[in-house]
Design a protein around this ligand. Structure first.
Ligand code: G
Ligand code: G
Ligand code: NA
Length: 253
């Protein structure tokens, strides 16, 4: 339990930090990226998950600040891991509010370059529903981000209601298949059909394919056979604090 003032103070004071979940190439198992997932580490030692506070930050108009904090902290860790010889891409969840902010692209670029990184080290994830809610206005912001070299990922693909025509308009570089379809795809033909259709579409639009919610070796095997490129999920590793990521990667290998 917490109040809005405590949440806003936590954001200002840096108590909301990214944890990182590894992403592995399905071909060879190599860890090629991490997704930053927000966690509120409270002073009493408890950890609050994003579903409990991200909607509140959006309502308070502070979701953009969260995105920028995740990007900044994520880049700081990425630079550290680069120095230690790990080449990784960083995925960050972007609030839908960014799509109405003409200056967002310049600010994101400044944050990334401030850490000696480049926009093409970073993938910005937008949920399918957030992009389609404001397709016309969002398009110019997304185009600007893409031109700077940021990767753009459609998150939770398959759970929104976009038309193919809308999807093809947006300059995405990656499609992330929702765990609802991925998890258990080897057991359920309807899930498998959704995964196959998503992969077909992604290939035709020349998008990198990422499957989230990979929990079992059977689903991993199926995704590899179907030609999906990258997997994320508990099989590979749960989200962990930055300090624990190298050990998590070592356990996977
Ligand atoms: O890590 P967890 O499974 O609890 O995350 C739940 C949801 O919260 C995810 O679907 C993710 O997209 C969202 N989320 C995690 N971190 C952030 C963030 O920094 N910003 C936004 N807008 N959403 C986030
Ligand atoms: O933003 P996005 O929907 O991609 O966030 C992924 C969320 O799903 C995170 O909150 C993460 O903790 C959760 N998650 C990650 N891997 C798995 C998994 O293998 N199974 C399940 N059920 N959830 C997962
Ligand atoms: Na995401």
């Amino acid at each position: 339990e917490f109040g809005v003032p405590a949440l806003l103070a936590a954001l200002e004071q840096g108590e909301i930090v990214p944890w990182f979940q590894p992403q592995a190439e399905l071909g060879n198992g190599k860890i090629v990226g991490v997704e930053a997932l927000a966690r509120w580490e409270r002073s009493d030692g408890s950890v609050v998950r994003p579903l409990q506070f991200v909607p509140l930050l959006e309502r308070e108009g502070r979701a953009q600040a969260l995105t920028e904090r995740m990007l900044d902290e994520g880049c700081r860790w990425l630079r550290q891991w680069n120095r230690d010889g790990m080449r990784l891409a960083l995925s960050v969840n972007v609030s839908p509010l960014a799509l109405a902010d003409a200056q967002a692209a310049d600010r994101y670029q400044a944050i990334v370059e401030n850490h000696g990184l480049r926009p093409d080290d970073v993938v910005l994830e937008l949920t399918e529903s957030s992009v389609m809610a404001d397709a016309a206005c969002g398009l110019s912001v997304l185009a600007r981000l893409r031109l700077k070299g940021f990767g753009l990922s459609i998150d939770d693909f398959g759970t929104g209601y976009s038309s193919l025509a809308q999807l093809a308009q947006v300059p995405f570089s990656e499609l992330k298949i929702d765990k609802e379809f991925v998890c258990g795809a080897h057991l359920h033909s309807r899930k498998r059909a959704m995964v196959e259709a998503s992969l077909d579409l992604a290939r035709k639009l020349r998008l990198t394919t990422v499957a989230e919610g990979v929990e079992t070796a059977e689903d991993w095997q199926l995704l590899a056979e179907l030609g999906c490129e990258v997997a994320q999920g508990w099989l590979i590793g749960r989200p962990v604090p930055g300090s624990e990521l190298p050990a998590a990667i070592a356990r996977w290998r």
